[in-house]
Design a protein around this ligand. Sequence first.
Ligand code: DX5
Ligand code: ZN
Length: 218
Amino acid sequence: MPRAIISPSVLASDFGQLTAECKRMIKGGAEWLHMDVMDGHFVPNITMGAPILSCVSKSVPGIFMDCHMMVAEPEKWVNDIADAGGSLYTFHHEATSDPLSLIDAIHERKMKAGVAISPDTPSTAITDEVAEAADMLLVMTVYPGRGGQKFIDRCVPKVTELRARFPDKDIEVDGGVGPKTIGVCADAGSNVIVAGTAIFGAENPEQVIAMLKSTVND
Ligand code: DX5
Ligand code: ZN
């Protein structure tokens, strides 16, 4: 299995101190920062877009921005997110009819490409061709749209299925992940762990990051 990566979701951070929050997480052991971009169409909420990501990448040199694009037209934002310093551009399978061309466009802008599936989308929706072209697969363990939701257990078998098909691929889980749910995620084979509330809500985020990481590595 590929190496463990912890990606705190800044959705649960103090947006007024966004760059400081990112630095705090990196100091605490986080490799990536998970940036939830919501457009008010694919999901009801609006969060942040390229202008804010651009400020973050300028203020936090070397940051790896794991951009989770919960947007209706993911083709539309590739250039803006690349210009803003995005490192990984994960689009939703449900939001595009041509994932292969989109992956090519993302790679052309020198970003890694991820494909996300929402709770009602089966793992088989991701074809071998798409998975092989992508750098990462994201299995949502809540319905996209907001932080702080309860982990949906029935999503876990999809991680197991994808790990069996793609032993070396990065597989991310996102939504309701924390010390109580990391065990099943790690057992199923996910290696990229997103956690918002569990990390930012903790008294000692560093400890939570270390705990999540060691569970995946076990
Ligand atoms: C949900 C977002 C998640 C969310 C995770 O739409 O994609 O990244 O912020 O937050 P927690 O860990 O609080 O469920
Ligand atoms: Zn997310």
